[in-house]
Design a protein around this ligand. Sequence first.
Ligand SMILES: Cc1cc2nc3c(=O)[nH]c(=O)nc-3n(C[C@H](O)[C@H](O)[C@H](O)COP(=O)(O)OP(=O)(O)OC[C@H]3O[C@@H](n4cnc5c(N)ncnc54)[C@H](O)[C@@H]3O)c2cc1C
Length: 560
Amino acid sequence: MSVHAKKYDRRNLKWNGWGWNDATYDLKGHDDELFRVLSETTGATELPATPSVDWEAIPLKPSRIAKRTQATFAASLSAEAVVAVDAYERIFHSMGRSYYDLLRLRAGQLSEVFDLVVYPACVEDVQAVVRACVKNGWALVPFGGGSSVVGGVEAEKGEDHKAIVCLDMTRMGRVLEVDRYSLVARVEAGCYGPVLEETLQRQGLTLGHYPQSFEFSTIGGWIAARSSGQQSNRYGTAAAFLVSARMVMPSGELRTLDVPKTAAGPSLLQVIAGSEGMLGVIVDVTVRLHAVPTFRDYRGVLFPSFGAGAEAIRRIVQAGIPAAMLRLSDEDETHFLTMVSTMSPRKKLRQKLLDRVLQLRGMGTRPCILLLGVEEDDAAWGAAARDRALSIARECGGFHVGAAPGTSWYAGRFNMPYLRDIIMDRALGVDTLETSALWDNLDATYQAVRGALLRELNGRGAVMTHISHSYSAGSSLYFTFFFARDLDDEVGQWERLKRAASDAIAQTGATISHHHGVGRDHAPWMAAEVGESGLELLRGLKHVADPTGILNPGKLLPPR
Ligand SMILES: Cc1cc2nc3c(=O)[nH]c(=O)nc-3n(C[C@H](O)[C@H](O)[C@H](O)COP(=O)(O)OP(=O)(O)OC[C@H]3O[C@@H](n4cnc5c(N)ncnc54)[C@H](O)[C@@H]3O)c2cc1C
């Protein structure tokens, strides 16, 4: 077993939460203060303990694949492949890591689990698994890090399927080739973010793709779900840095050329990107690289309103200033983040003084923070980009507050998801959703989605929003909402919130997802996204790639 396969052994990872088993969010002893803030925010007067069930207590039906068939199947694979049927593996893989997933995992409510989990070690293994699934009528779900938040890896089968197999790609996790001259690398699909970056950075190179889930997601999952990293303004989104890909389909293999650009018809490469495991299994991809930046500068600018900050981002991006990150929190998110980061009495006092200064500066009592990040491999260039961006920010009413907020965000940029587990232990819920819209539709989308969530929460929660990916034509909007869980109807409560927000997104003409993808949860809104003719085209592609419909049933396409 390779060192990294050992490290990412599923037993080292939480089956019902985020990340490593032995890691958590460090509240630095301020647990009571955090829950006071949360109970104030959600109006929850009591926060009873709501612990997870133990995975060993979850009743599982035996695998629907007979032992003898399992043995024949395993024998058709390479010696390095692994076939697992034990309860931990079946439960761990049964769904992704959204709030809705954790709700059901923690309650032990699994309507389906995989009958078999397979870790292929090479392309021939993937081909053999696909053939076996077609032959036996088993559904097959490609699985990377399993960090989907839209139900993308849920164990699900069609009526005719006799069993469900999970294809965990993480044993195919090598960087196969680095071409320093063309600045590209060919990477196996199951390569985890840290493994990829460690390998590249040893050679002075980087992909620069850092989604918040970076440590626990794979390059195949990034491409399949069209992910966006926190510095996407500089390094591009997954679909943009993809140069070529190879995908094994039940109907054969699709391999695109290693070229920087082609005009040879519609882009099949961009059909692979976003295919979410329903057309084929991505086995390797070639991606565009950059030199590791020598200049990295993150700092904060406060604005009197979300609108003023958004205007600064629009102008910075449209001026072509190469900022790596422009992350603007609205009034409620800025307020919440300030409360969480100033829980000690000393920090509270310092914040009070700062608030006074800000009020004198005309910032009001609830400013919005923009985190401006610049990453360049030329320090003078980087400093010039930062200074130009700061100057536009000032013109839009921004007040530069120095590097401290940026440095602190950068240090903790992968930690927040651990906080969700702590919150869920105390009868609270927290979920996120995202969209994107043109600049001239951004405020209407913001108001509509926020309003829909607040109406549904009915005083029992709070909604916070930020912009984190921006383009010359518009930007993303990312909503986080906290709420007191309705312990008698947790799933119904989540369904109502999701429906309210997604309907609002569709009504404003924004997209159902800027970077999480569609999966099962967003499939009902795909008709609003691409229309009936668009859906028929996608169904046609599916039919050609996967004629018997074994791949990832129930995802991306709504039922007819
Ligand atoms: C706490 C948290 C933070 C997150 N932050 C971000 C963020 O900042 N940016 C962002 O874009 N997303 C984010 N996500 C969502 C998620 O991490 C991304 O969608 C990511 O791209 C999924 O990668 P994965 O390897 O975990 O894929 P999985 O979750 O395993 O799979 C995702 C989809 O891709 C398919 N798939 C996976 N591998 C393959 C393959 N080799 N071939 C074909 N299909 C495949 C699956 O079937 C599924 O449909 C976050 C999720 C969580 C839980």
